[in-house]
Design a protein around this ligand. Structure first.
Ligand SMILES: C[S@@+](CC[C@H](N)C(=O)[O-])C[C@H]1O[C@@H](n2cnc3c(N)ncnc32)[C@H](O)[C@@H]1O
Length: 242
Protein backbone atom coordinates (compact mmCIF):
# COMPACT_ATOMS: atom_id res chain seq x y z
CA UNK A 1 0.00 0.00 0.00
CA UNK A 2 1.14 3.57 -0.67
CA UNK A 3 1.39 6.05 2.20
CA UNK A 4 -1.23 8.87 2.35
CA UNK A 5 1.35 11.19 0.72
CA UNK A 6 1.99 8.62 -2.03
CA UNK A 7 0.34 8.49 -5.44
CA UNK A 8 -3.46 8.44 -5.57
CA UNK A 9 -5.32 5.57 -7.22
CA UNK A 10 -5.97 7.84 -10.20
CA UNK A 11 -2.27 8.67 -10.53
CA UNK A 12 -1.38 4.97 -10.40
CA UNK A 13 -4.03 4.24 -13.04
CA UNK A 14 -2.63 6.94 -15.35
CA UNK A 15 0.83 5.49 -14.81
CA UNK A 16 -0.34 1.98 -15.68
CA UNK A 17 -1.99 3.27 -18.87
CA UNK A 18 1.30 4.76 -20.06
CA UNK A 19 4.33 3.05 -21.54
CA UNK A 20 6.70 1.60 -18.93
CA UNK A 21 9.14 4.49 -19.33
CA UNK A 22 6.56 7.28 -19.36
CA UNK A 23 4.78 5.61 -16.45
CA UNK A 24 7.92 5.93 -14.34
CA UNK A 25 8.47 9.52 -15.45
CA UNK A 26 4.99 10.28 -14.07
CA UNK A 27 5.43 8.31 -10.87
CA UNK A 28 8.96 9.56 -10.12
CA UNK A 29 8.18 12.44 -7.71
CA UNK A 30 6.18 10.10 -5.44
CA UNK A 31 7.99 6.83 -6.17
CA UNK A 32 9.84 6.69 -2.85
CA UNK A 33 6.48 6.79 -1.04
CA UNK A 34 5.26 3.67 -2.83
CA UNK A 35 5.93 0.03 -1.94
CA UNK A 36 7.65 -0.35 -5.33
CA UNK A 37 10.85 1.24 -4.06
CA UNK A 38 13.00 -1.54 -2.62
CA UNK A 39 12.55 -1.40 1.19
CA UNK A 40 15.49 -0.50 3.40
CA UNK A 41 15.49 -3.89 5.15
CA UNK A 42 16.10 -5.57 1.76
CA UNK A 43 18.82 -3.04 0.93
CA UNK A 44 20.48 -3.73 4.29
CA UNK A 45 20.28 -7.50 3.79
CA UNK A 46 21.86 -7.19 0.33
CA UNK A 47 24.61 -4.92 1.66
CA UNK A 48 25.44 -7.32 4.49
CA UNK A 49 25.56 -10.31 2.14
CA UNK A 50 27.70 -8.60 -0.52
CA UNK A 51 30.23 -6.84 1.73
CA UNK A 52 32.28 -9.99 2.50
CA UNK A 53 32.57 -10.65 -1.27
CA UNK A 54 34.47 -7.37 -1.82
CA UNK A 55 36.43 -5.17 -1.99
CA UNK A 56 34.89 -3.45 -5.01
CA UNK A 57 36.15 -0.44 -6.94
CA UNK A 58 33.28 0.61 -9.21
CA UNK A 59 29.62 -0.32 -9.09
CA UNK A 60 26.60 -0.22 -11.43
CA UNK A 61 22.93 -0.09 -10.38
CA UNK A 62 20.89 -1.45 -13.31
CA UNK A 63 17.39 0.09 -13.49
CA UNK A 64 18.36 2.32 -10.58
CA UNK A 65 15.06 4.22 -10.34
CA UNK A 66 15.45 6.77 -7.56
CA UNK A 67 18.75 5.20 -6.52
CA UNK A 68 17.97 2.54 -3.91
CA UNK A 69 20.81 0.34 -5.21
CA UNK A 70 23.13 3.31 -5.64
CA UNK A 71 22.86 3.81 -1.88
CA UNK A 72 23.90 0.17 -1.40
CA UNK A 73 26.82 0.54 -3.81
CA UNK A 74 28.04 3.73 -2.16
CA UNK A 75 28.60 1.71 0.98
CA UNK A 76 30.42 -1.08 -0.87
CA UNK A 77 32.50 0.57 -3.61
CA UNK A 78 35.55 2.76 -3.20
CA UNK A 79 35.92 4.50 -6.59
CA UNK A 80 32.78 5.18 -8.58
CA UNK A 81 29.08 4.29 -8.57
CA UNK A 82 26.80 4.65 -11.59
CA UNK A 83 23.02 4.41 -11.74
CA UNK A 84 21.44 3.61 -15.10
CA UNK A 85 17.73 3.87 -15.92
CA UNK A 86 15.66 4.76 -18.97
CA UNK A 87 13.31 7.13 -17.12
CA UNK A 88 14.57 10.72 -17.06
CA UNK A 89 12.06 11.48 -14.29
CA UNK A 90 13.41 8.73 -12.03
CA UNK A 91 16.99 9.80 -12.70
CA UNK A 92 16.19 13.41 -11.79
CA UNK A 93 14.79 12.32 -8.43
CA UNK A 94 17.76 9.97 -7.92
CA UNK A 95 20.26 12.72 -8.56
CA UNK A 96 18.50 15.08 -6.14
CA UNK A 97 18.35 12.46 -3.38
CA UNK A 98 21.97 11.30 -3.72
CA UNK A 99 24.10 14.44 -3.68
CA UNK A 100 27.80 13.98 -4.28
CA UNK A 101 30.11 14.07 -1.31
CA UNK A 102 32.08 11.59 0.75
CA UNK A 103 32.76 8.10 -0.54
CA UNK A 104 32.86 7.13 -4.21
CA UNK A 105 31.95 9.45 -7.12
CA UNK A 106 28.34 9.05 -8.24
CA UNK A 107 27.07 9.38 -11.81
CA UNK A 108 23.76 8.85 -13.60
CA UNK A 109 23.22 7.55 -17.12
CA UNK A 110 19.99 7.46 -19.07
CA UNK A 111 19.93 4.28 -21.11
CA UNK A 112 17.85 1.21 -21.83
CA UNK A 113 19.19 -1.76 -19.86
CA UNK A 114 18.70 -3.86 -23.00
CA UNK A 115 21.41 -1.77 -24.69
CA UNK A 116 23.83 -0.63 -22.00
CA UNK A 117 26.44 1.88 -23.19
CA UNK A 118 29.34 0.68 -21.01
CA UNK A 119 32.66 -0.95 -21.63
CA UNK A 120 33.64 -3.71 -19.14
CA UNK A 121 34.63 -1.34 -16.33
CA UNK A 122 32.50 -2.35 -13.33
CA UNK A 123 33.45 -4.70 -10.49
CA UNK A 124 29.93 -5.05 -9.08
CA UNK A 125 26.48 -4.71 -10.66
CA UNK A 126 23.24 -4.81 -8.71
CA UNK A 127 19.63 -4.74 -9.86
CA UNK A 128 16.66 -4.36 -7.55
CA UNK A 129 12.95 -4.68 -8.16
CA UNK A 130 13.05 -4.26 -11.94
CA UNK A 131 13.10 -7.71 -13.55
CA UNK A 132 9.31 -7.77 -13.88
CA UNK A 133 9.71 -5.11 -16.57
CA UNK A 134 11.46 -7.54 -18.91
CA UNK A 135 9.76 -10.29 -20.85
CA UNK A 136 11.35 -13.72 -20.40
CA UNK A 137 12.54 -13.54 -24.02
CA UNK A 138 14.47 -10.35 -23.16
CA UNK A 139 16.26 -11.83 -20.16
CA UNK A 140 19.22 -13.43 -21.99
CA UNK A 141 19.92 -10.12 -23.75
CA UNK A 142 19.64 -8.18 -20.50
CA UNK A 143 22.07 -10.50 -18.70
CA UNK A 144 24.47 -10.33 -21.66
CA UNK A 145 24.43 -6.52 -21.42
CA UNK A 146 25.29 -6.63 -17.71
CA UNK A 147 27.97 -9.25 -18.38
CA UNK A 148 29.55 -7.00 -21.02
CA UNK A 149 29.69 -4.10 -18.52
CA UNK A 150 31.64 -6.10 -15.92
CA UNK A 151 35.35 -6.66 -15.62
CA UNK A 152 36.66 -10.25 -15.60
CA UNK A 153 35.81 -11.63 -12.16
CA UNK A 154 33.11 -8.98 -11.68
CA UNK A 155 29.88 -9.84 -9.82
CA UNK A 156 26.23 -9.33 -10.73
CA UNK A 157 24.04 -9.62 -7.62
CA UNK A 158 20.30 -9.37 -7.04
CA UNK A 159 17.81 -10.58 -4.43
CA UNK A 160 15.04 -13.02 -5.28
CA UNK A 161 12.09 -13.70 -3.01
CA UNK A 162 10.78 -17.22 -2.48
CA UNK A 163 7.65 -17.70 -4.61
CA UNK A 164 4.42 -17.66 -2.58
CA UNK A 165 2.98 -21.06 -1.71
CA UNK A 166 0.62 -22.34 -4.39
CA UNK A 167 -2.95 -21.50 -3.41
CA UNK A 168 -1.95 -18.84 -0.84
CA UNK A 169 -3.50 -15.35 -0.93
CA UNK A 170 -0.24 -13.87 -2.28
CA UNK A 171 -0.14 -16.55 -4.98
CA UNK A 172 -3.62 -15.69 -6.22
CA UNK A 173 -3.07 -11.96 -6.07
CA UNK A 174 0.14 -12.13 -8.15
CA UNK A 175 -1.53 -14.50 -10.59
CA UNK A 176 -4.48 -12.08 -10.84
CA UNK A 177 -2.20 -9.08 -11.35
CA UNK A 178 -0.29 -10.79 -14.17
CA UNK A 179 -3.54 -11.92 -15.83
CA UNK A 180 -4.92 -8.36 -15.70
CA UNK A 181 -1.67 -7.02 -17.19
CA UNK A 182 -1.83 -9.54 -20.03
CA UNK A 183 -5.38 -8.46 -20.86
CA UNK A 184 -4.40 -4.79 -20.63
CA UNK A 185 -1.41 -5.32 -22.93
CA UNK A 186 -3.46 -7.33 -25.41
CA UNK A 187 -5.95 -4.47 -25.69
CA UNK A 188 -3.95 -1.27 -25.24
CA UNK A 189 -0.90 0.46 -26.68
CA UNK A 190 1.65 1.46 -25.53
CA UNK A 191 2.26 -1.64 -23.49
CA UNK A 192 3.15 -1.40 -19.79
CA UNK A 193 5.40 -4.34 -19.07
CA UNK A 194 5.22 -5.41 -15.43
CA UNK A 195 4.72 -9.01 -14.46
CA UNK A 196 5.37 -10.76 -11.15
CA UNK A 197 5.59 -14.37 -12.27
CA UNK A 198 8.02 -14.16 -15.19
CA UNK A 199 11.29 -14.59 -13.26
CA UNK A 200 11.45 -18.24 -12.13
CA UNK A 201 14.77 -19.09 -10.49
CA UNK A 202 15.65 -22.17 -12.62
CA UNK A 203 15.15 -20.21 -15.86
CA UNK A 204 17.07 -17.24 -14.47
CA UNK A 205 20.03 -19.41 -13.45
CA UNK A 206 20.06 -21.07 -16.87
CA UNK A 207 20.04 -17.69 -18.63
CA UNK A 208 22.86 -16.42 -16.38
CA UNK A 209 24.94 -19.44 -17.27
CA UNK A 210 24.29 -18.92 -21.00
CA UNK A 211 25.32 -15.27 -20.63
CA UNK A 212 28.72 -16.32 -19.22
CA UNK A 213 28.08 -16.13 -15.49
CA UNK A 214 28.73 -18.72 -12.81
CA UNK A 215 25.94 -18.24 -10.28
CA UNK A 216 25.40 -19.29 -6.68
CA UNK A 217 22.77 -18.47 -4.07
CA UNK A 218 23.20 -17.02 -0.60
CA UNK A 219 20.32 -16.96 1.92
CA UNK A 220 19.40 -13.45 3.09
CA UNK A 221 19.04 -14.54 6.70
CA UNK A 222 17.90 -11.21 8.10
CA UNK A 223 14.75 -11.45 5.94
CA UNK A 224 13.73 -14.61 7.77
CA UNK A 225 12.73 -18.14 6.92
CA UNK A 226 9.44 -19.75 5.89
CA UNK A 227 7.66 -22.32 8.05
CA UNK A 228 9.35 -25.10 6.03
CA UNK A 229 12.78 -23.68 6.96
CA UNK A 230 13.65 -22.31 3.53
CA UNK A 231 14.86 -18.69 3.24
CA UNK A 232 12.27 -16.02 2.42
CA UNK A 233 14.78 -14.41 0.10
CA UNK A 234 18.12 -15.26 -1.41
CA UNK A 235 20.85 -13.33 -3.13
CA UNK A 236 21.88 -14.48 -6.58
CA UNK A 237 25.64 -13.96 -6.89
CA UNK A 238 26.65 -14.32 -10.52
CA UNK A 239 30.38 -14.08 -11.25
CA UNK A 240 31.75 -13.40 -14.70
CA UNK A 241 33.23 -16.76 -15.63
CA UNK A 242 36.98 -16.27 -16.20
C1 LIG B 1 10.19 -0.73 -9.66
S1 LIG B 1 11.41 0.44 -10.19
C2 LIG B 1 12.79 -0.07 -9.19
C3 LIG B 1 13.72 1.08 -8.92
C4 LIG B 1 14.87 0.78 -7.97
N1 LIG B 1 15.78 -0.18 -8.53
C5 LIG B 1 14.38 0.29 -6.63
O1 LIG B 1 14.66 -0.84 -6.28
O2 LIG B 1 13.72 1.05 -5.91
C6 LIG B 1 11.87 -0.16 -11.80
C7 LIG B 1 12.81 0.77 -12.55
O3 LIG B 1 13.25 0.09 -13.72
C8 LIG B 1 13.35 1.04 -14.76
N2 LIG B 1 13.30 0.31 -16.04
C9 LIG B 1 12.34 -0.54 -16.47
N3 LIG B 1 12.67 -1.03 -17.68
C10 LIG B 1 13.88 -0.49 -18.01
C11 LIG B 1 14.75 -0.63 -19.12
N4 LIG B 1 14.43 -1.41 -20.16
N5 LIG B 1 15.91 0.06 -19.12
C12 LIG B 1 16.23 0.89 -18.08
N6 LIG B 1 15.44 1.06 -16.99
C13 LIG B 1 14.28 0.37 -16.96
C14 LIG B 1 12.17 1.97 -14.53
O4 LIG B 1 12.34 3.21 -15.18
C15 LIG B 1 12.19 2.08 -13.01
O5 LIG B 1 12.97 3.17 -12.58
Amino acid sequence: MSTPQGPTLRELAVQALSSTMRGYDLLAPKFDLTPYRTPDRVLDAVTDAVRPLGPFGSGLDVCCGTGAGVGVLRGLCTERVTGVDFSAGMLAVAEASHPAGGGPDVGWVRADARALPFRPVFDLAVSLGAFGHFLPSERPGLFAQVRASLRPGGLFVFPVGAPPAVGSRAYWSLLGFDAAMRVRNALLRPRFIMYYRTFPLPGVLADLSRAGFKARLLPLESLGRRPDGSPRARLVVAAVAE
